[in-house]
Ligand binder design. Structure first.
Ligand code: CO
Length: 395
């Protein structure tokens, strides 16, 4: 069996720019789908796949997943980075999909089989004030969710993860002070039965992040996410000595090696991996296995700019990895579900895998073509966030 074609499919059914790779084979009707969604630079990924990986891969045996990953990884000589890794991921996930279809098994079975029946999710609760966040959490709890990320608007300022506030400027100090009060409010009103999470989104100076993690300790978060920018990871050593608030990190890392010292030195508790950003299922499963030996758990990144194919890959890993921690949920829009038949189902606060072979996911190409990328002043780029004095912050 040989790879006969590799192509990218660009679509935005619910307004989010998605990139999916389709790998076709010499066996009639046998193909695989992989997620290559880098929503801020999708056209660069499409070029990497269509102009470079396609000619490199045609004629190769799709069974040799590991060899194809390793050879593609070095075929640019210079490697890593989100564009090339997303291109590798699109191919890698598609090859696992093909392998599963050939075996007549879901991908999670190829990875060792189920460690759990379904995948517990965390939902996103935002609000313009503490009361609204609390009500949104209660609404999720009533639907069966046990884990909720909580973000609140900052009076007079912008913030991440909650609408409201005031000016488009972000300021660290009012943010930190408000978040501490939010969690005091939530624990007092909600008690201990719900697990609460929070995403700092790397916006504050490192020492303020340490202060925040310490101040939140009495409210026992499930995790505090991205307290530092990737450039500041050496601060984890300092944070660990100061507080036992559990820490999640890594959605902006590209090379799996970036996680290694944080894991082996036991400086974080959860890996936040954007699966297409590190190159697909092959590197992700190795990283998860490495984490198991250090008591670090998985929390694969699951926003709307992971395609449904990427979410299906996350679910396969969630089911098969012993050291699963939690999965971020995305609620797929109706148009997205129509373009991608077989999206993982959400029930009782969990994802439930499609039991079909491979990733159990398909893509209606004719329908996908009816949802081109929307017009956007930055062509989909991340708009800068600034402080009151105009300084741009991360991110
Ligand atoms: Co995040």
């Amino acid at each position: 069996m040989k790879i006969t074609n590799v192509k990218t499919i660009l679509t935005a059914p619910d307004g989010i720019r998605l990139v999916v790779v389709k790998v076709e084979t010499s066996e009639p009707g046998l193909y695989g789908l992989g997620c290559a969604t880098f929503t801020q630079r999708p056209l660069a990924v499409a070029t990497a796949v269509d102009e470079y990986l396609k000619p490199f891969l045609i004629g190769k045996d799709p069974s040799n997943i590991e060899d194809i990953f390793q050879t593609s990884f070095v075929s640019s000589y210079w490697r890593n980075g989100p564009v090339l890794n997303n291109a590798l991921s699109g191919v890698d996930i598609a090859l696992w999909d093909i392998m599963g279809k050939r075996a007549g098994m879901p991908v999670y079975q190829l990875l060792g089989g189920k460690c759990r029946e379904a995948v517990p999710l965390y939902a996103h609760a935002g609000g313009s004030d503490f009361q609204e966040v609390e009500e949104n959490i209660r609404r999720y709890m009533a639907q069966g969710y046990r884990y909720v990320r909580s973000q609140v608007a900052i009076p007079g300022y912008a913030t991440y993860g909650a609408a409201g506030g005031g000016t488009p400027a972000f300021e660290p100090t009012p943010y930190v002070n408000t978040v501490i009060k939010l969690f005091a409010h939530l624990r007092e009103r909600l008690g201990d039965e719900v697990e609460l999470l929070h995403d700092v989104h790397e916006r504050i100076p490192p020492i303020q992040a340490i202060n925040l993690a310490k101040a939140l300790e009495p409210y026992h978060l499930f995790f505090l996410e991205d307290p530092f920018a990737p450039e500041d990871v050496d601060y984890f050593q300092l944070m660990r000595q100061q507080t036992s608030t559990p820490i999640a990190m890594g959605e902006l890392f590209n090379n799996p090696n970036e996680y290694v010292h944080l894991i082996k030195d036991r400086l974080i508790d959860f890996i936040r991996v954007h699966i297409s950003q590190i190159g697909g299922i092959s590197p992700a499963r190795k990283l998860a296995a490495f984490c198991e030996f250090f008591g670090v758990r998985t929390a694969w990144h699951g926003p709307g700019d992971v395609s449904p194919v990427g979410h299906a890959a996350n679910v396969a890993l969630d089911l098969a990895c012993y050291n699963f921690g939690i999965q971020e949920q995305h609620v797929f829009g109706e148009k997205t579900k129509a373009v991608f038949p077989g999206c993982p189902e959400i029930r009782d606060g969990c994802y439930w895998a499609t039991e079909a072979p491979g990733l159990g996911m398909d893509l209606d190409e004719a329908l996908a073509a009816r949802f081109p990328f929307p017009e956007h002043p930055l062509n989909g780029g991340w708009a800068p966030v600034r402080r009151r004095d105009g300084t741009v912050i991360r991110p």
